[in-house]
Design a protein around this ligand. Sequence first.
Ligand code: NAD
Length: 490
Amino acid sequence: MRAYGLFIGGEWVGASAGRTFRSTNPYTGEPWATLREATAEDVDTAVAAARTAQKDWQATSGAHRAEALHAIASAVLSHADELAVFETTDNGKIIRETRSQMRFFARLCRYYAGYADKLYGSVIPLDQPTVFDFTVREPYGVVGLITAWNSPISLLGNKLPAALAAGNCAVVKPSEHASVSTLELCKIFQEAGLPAGVVNVVTGGPEVGAAMVAHPDVAKISFTGSPGVGRKIAAAAGKYLKPVTLELGGKSPNIVFADADPEAATVGALAGIFGATGQTCVAGSRLLVQRPVYDDIVGRLAKRAEAIKLGDPLDPASEMGTAANQPQFDRIMASIERAKSDGARLVTGGARATGDGLDKGLFIQPTIFSDVANTMHVAQEEIFGPVLAVLPFDEEDEAVAIANDIPFGLAAGVWTKDVSRAMRMIPKLKTGVVWVNTYRAVAAQAPFGGVKDSGFGRERGEQGLLEFSTVKNVMIDYSSEIRDPFAIKN
Ligand code: NAD
């Protein structure tokens, strides 16, 4: 068993109430780490440490903050394989993916390091010739970063480097189901020489996150998680009039037109739903296929799905890992049973995966339901697992109508060789991301986020940086004119 403290003010400390909880390896079913359950008092201590550190962090030059981010990137890269093993052991995501997620965290540190000394304001010409107007961007101060269990380091990479580049200090709360990698990252911060208190990590469940949202010295919350919790956070933030960024769930349509390359579309659909065991916010969990190629695409997909190699997530040959934790496994299995009873046609999968090396792990067969109606639970609810709903359509407008007929609006995929069709589709899809002839592709430079129940605010790219600063406008009147005090000066 590994044991971790809370990371506050650059030191490992216990939790004030002395309570602990365990993290379980979803592949072996064995608990493997003991973690501290923070209290509101611990959150208060972490916020105070961040607040103290933030004064110097903001005052230091952007070039210095950039150096710190580059040092973190280098340290992450030199420990990427170890960090990936921690992540995979904690949440069952295959090592192929967690390794690339560690490298992407480093990439994001370098990307935002490039911005740290380039946070420009603007000079704004006004109507009055003797008033000089300019803006500056200022950090919020202490920001609270709350993440989900499916990709803790990757999700933190979308928030922390941007927050630090902009001059904020952070209190981070990873999910209670997968906290180890975030705590291991603190050792990297120490190795990289990050000043104490710039990043603090508190572990525990919803009440720890709620204490962060309620804390008067946490000036902004950036949250990644479910729409249900997102609503609670938005409501609490409303009470305290605190800005929030919400990266929530999705039920994304992946739309295949008859003119698409069938092999590329099949692989894209496969990556969209079985990559990361479907436990990704952008899962292309609704596949809309134009009727002339419907049977062909479903047949190709079933063949591919049945060949997916399930196995030890630490084995580089494995293509699909486990459900990340028992409650999630139970939710996925319940959704599969619901789809069956709702009358969706089970094409393949539909059960727990067992057999050689799989029996102790939370494995689920890659599952495809076809002939799904868009009103069914399997088409409307985010399952967050390896379960695909396939729906037929005839015309372009019908595809758009089905795609948009859902509360979520995170991502959409369009597979077509017809550029005009792709260009017609892009503005009609009510989502924050559209992929054309690709799926589940990311870039440090490209902003990411949702609309509708998938949240608001953006991460990555320049937009992701701007989420972590506010604009101050400054007017300097250099005329010697004495104004009329009772009229607005314009
Ligand atoms: P969750 O909402 O249950 O928990 C997320 C985090 O919020 C955890 O750290 C949890 O402890 C904390 N939390 C719970 N209640 C809270 C409260 N009242 N106040 C403050 N914090 C609280 O989500 P999950 O089950 O960990 O993750 C799965 C969800 O995350 C899915 O819906 C998935 O789509 C979403 N997700 C979204 C993105 C994205 O970028 N859009 C990425 C990954 C995951």
